[in-house]
Design a protein around this ligand. Structure first.
Ligand code: ATP
Ligand code: MG
Length: 417
């Protein structure tokens, strides 16, 4: 494959903290980079010292590559770099091309010599390139100065054994830890803003997230929450490359709760049934924990008492990564990752159906156990799991595709797995 003169320099940082596991995390990061860039001709992925260099073949769509890299966890920052010969004049010219279109009032040049055979010391390169840039910028009528302490723009030069890399426009990466390094969890995804953000936060720390969505019936066409849940899962899949979405029809269970339990406990009992079914699916999915988008005291069902009482329905660990976050913070993340617009679509949620007029605010687990006394919990869970459908999605060559047609969960796995 003929070489492209541009490379992308990828920096990571947190992986350094991982001591003996560094190789594992780095290996996973390389796998993630390869998958993210699938379909774009990558010629080589090099790892000189503490960074990763992506070299491309002729005709590679580098803008597309840069856009895809924004969703690779484990990347601290990255930049498209110009590659030149190891020659000061060529470096100066490339540095000029790199900075001349940028707006800034102070700048600095930083040089790294990963190959010490280069005849000039790093600070000498910095001084010479800096002077060259300053002169040309001034000639172009630009009012700029060199600012070594807090430059608005830093032009970076890396001299390797074969060539020199020059870049000035660092792009902030997604941060976190590489995808699929932590194990699997199952997230209860409502279609609202919070649970999608909760899933994202778990993914960002390396968890692989499966999703379960409970939907109501009776919505008019176009109002169902199903398309919102699907759209959210599709949107989040590029971060982890594959996703499973379990879809559970919930209205029959809600009707049963409405019929047989005191009104003020309804929402809490819906949540407990969701958790019980999710727990069963999680065991089938080999997920180690459940995740919800609860945030402390956000609504009546999320007072501390109610969260504890609801959570008592399951044995599997239940993580609530948004517990201590304000709604504004949650919405800011939703906007940043692009789930906001999807969750903002109108949809018919299963829970407003049969809402209590005065919900209970401070329940204990015992109180909810009593409220459930007339329900056949095991039978409801069994029916919920039996009616569940599974969809799979996969990120491939830059888009998310469904892996197979919707199919029901095999009857054999609907018992206590
Ligand atoms: P979100 O919290 O995602 O904005 P919401 O506000 O509609 O959605 P809440 O009433 O706050 O949901 O529910 C708390 C949590 O319970 C959700 O974050 C989600 O994890 C879970 N949950 C609620 N409804 C559903 C549902 N229909 N399917 C799956 N999970 C749900
Ligand atoms: Mg919420």
């Amino acid at each position: 494959m003929p070489a492209n003169r541009q490379v992308i320099v990828v920096h990571y940082h947190e992986l350094w903290l991982k001591g003996g596991n560094r190789r594992f995390f780095l290996g996973k990061l390389i796998v993630a980079l390869r998958k993210a860039l699938e379909g774009i001709p990558v010629r080589r992925i090099g790892q000189p010292s503490d960074r990763i260099l992506l070299e491309f073949g002729e005709g590679a769509q580098l803008d597309e590559a840069l856009a895809r890299l924004a969703r690779v966890f484990g990347v601290a920052n990255y930049a498209l770099a110009r590659r030149t010969d190891r020659d000061l004049e060529a470096i100066c010219r490339a540095a000029w091309e790199e900075v001349c279109g940028e707006v800034f009032s102070s700048f600095a040049v930083r040089t790294k010599r990963s190959d010490k055979s280069f005849p000039m010391r790093a600070n000498e390169v910095e001084r010479r390139v800096g002077r060259y840039l300053l002169e040309r910028l001034r000639e172009a009528g630009r009012n700029v100065r060199v600012g070594l302490d807090a430059p608005e723009l830093t032009c970076r030069i890396e001299i390797t054994a074969d060539d020199a890399l020059i870049y000035a426009r660092k792009i902030l990466g997604a941060g976190g830890l590489p995808a699929n390094t932590a194990g699997r969890v199952l997230c209860l995804l409502s279609g609202g803003f919070d649970s999608a953000v909760a899933a994202y936060k778990m993914m960002k720390r390396g968890a692989h997230v499966s999703f379960v969505h409970f939907y109501g019936a009776g919505a008019r066409p176009g109002e169902s929450s199903l398309h919102v849940a699907r759209e959210l899962v599709r949107h989040l899949t590029p971060y982890q490359f594959t996703s499973r979405l379990y879809l559970v029809p919930f209205e029959p269970i809600q009707r049963e709760i409405v019929r047989r339990a005191p009104e003020r406990y309804r929402v809490l009992l819906y949540r407990r049934m969701m958790l019980r079914i999710a727990e069963r699916l999680a065991r089938r999915d080999r997920a180690l924990a459940l995740v919800t988008g609860d945030s402390l005291a956000q609504v009546a069902s999320q007072t501390l008492h109610n969260l504890v009482a609801v959570g008592a329905a399951v044995q599997l660990p239940l993580f609530r990564p948004l517990l201590g976050e304000d709604k504004q913070q949650i919405l800011a993340v939703a906007r940043q990752i692009g789930t906001y617009a999807i969750s903002a679509e109108p949809f018919h949620d299963c829970c407003p159906l049969f809402l209590p007029r005065v919900p209970a605010l401070h329940c204990s687990a015992g109180e909810l156990d009593t409220a459930e006394a007339l329900l056949d919990l095991e039978e409801l869970v069994r029916r919920g799991v039996a009616a569940t459908q599974l969809e799979r999605y996969r990120w491939t060559a830059g888009r998310v595709v469904p892996v197979e047609a919707v199919r029901a969960i095999p009857a054999s796995s609907s018992g206590s797995a």
